[in-house]
Design a protein around this ligand. Structure first.
Ligand SMILES: Nc1ncnc2c1ncn2[C@@H]1O[C@H](COP(=O)(O)OP(=O)(O)OP(=O)(O)O)[C@@H](O)[C@H]1O
Length: 264
């Protein structure tokens, strides 16, 4: 695995809450520009691993590095999008995005930031609502604004924790497409770690899927996702290779759950 400027490395990582092991022996490498999905059942520690990569938690043992440098706490190089929209409720949507732009480009004037914020919002189909507050928007719109905000930070790493989990299927599909478009359209590509418990979502979006098992959280297998891009849902869902890979992953998850139930 290359140690590119924007690669991620997790080595022999253990993590515990109050004495109980949550993550054990995690080894994971994400290449610069790669889109990695972390897939696993509830409680397998996907969010915890993402929080560790974000620098919001400290490991009990092991090593975390970004671009070959050890991680020490959160940093502007890693933008995070959670399931629930991370917007400042007291600011307009435009100001939320402008605030992120100010972090990426501190020398821009207020007017320039506002103009750029509108451009970012237009990219996610929210050009008309820059002057509104988050509470005036639907859940799907708020999540779009949160994504616009995260992208406006222009950070090389994008860490996403079930960002579409609370959305209806139509909005979910729209935002999945939008995310892939933005990721594919930017040079250099951002390095993405995307948490989901939805196998289809992982196979639609990612270059590689790391499958996690629970008790304690560990990576049980990794799968390369070989489907050509751009991926179209309709074509993918008709593809025998897609169904085979989906089956394989579901079996790996079931086998792990069963092994743990029997051991308990
Ligand atoms: N603040 C906390 N204190 C104690 N235990 C915690 C805390 N946060 C998470 N845990 C425990 O850590 C384990 C992993 O949780 P985590 O949220 O990372 O899993 P997950 O795979 O992301 O689950 P989900 O898909 O339900 O979000 C769970 O057993 C959870 O109960």
């Amino acid at each position: 695995m290359s140690q590119g400027r924007h690669s991620l490395l997790v080595e022999s990582l253990d993590f515990a809450y109050g004495g109980s092991a949550i993550l054990q022996g995690i080894d994971l490498a994400v290449a610069e520009g790669e889109f990695l999905a972390l897939l696993g059942p509830s409680g397998s520690g996907k969010s915890t691993l993402l929080r560790l990569i974000a620098g919001l938690e400290q490991p009990l043992a092991g090593r975390l590095a970004a671009g070959g440098k050890p991680l020490a706490g959160p940093g502007p190089d890693r933008a995070v999008v959670f399931q629930h929209y991370a917007l400042f409720p007291w600011m307009t949507v435009g100001d939320n995005v402008a605030e992120a732009i100010a972090k990426a480009h501190p020398t821009l004037s207020r007017k320039e930031r506002r103009t750029l914020a509108r451009e970012h919002l237009a990219r996610v189909g929210l050009g008309e609502v820059a002057g509104q507050h988050p509470f005036e928007l639907s859940g799907g719109m708020q999540q779009r604004a949160a994504i616009a905000r995260a992208l406006a930070l222009e950070s090389p790493f994008l860490l996403m924790d079930e960002p579409f989990g609370a959305l209806d299927p139509v909005n979910r599909a729209r935002l999945q497409d939008l995310l892939v478009d933005v990721w594919q359209g930017s040079t250099p590509r951002r390095t993405v770690v995307f948490v989901t418990h939805d196998v289809d979502e992982a196979l639609l979006l990612a270059d590689r899927v790391a499958v996690m098992g629970a008790n304690p959280g560990r990576i049980i297998r990794e799968y390369a996702v070989p489907f050509e891009r751009p991926r179209k849902r309709t074509a993918l869902f008709k593809d025998g290779a897609f169904h085979q890979l989906r089956e394989e992953i579901a079996e790996a998850l079931d086998a792990d759950t069963l092994a743990h139930l029997e051991a308990a």
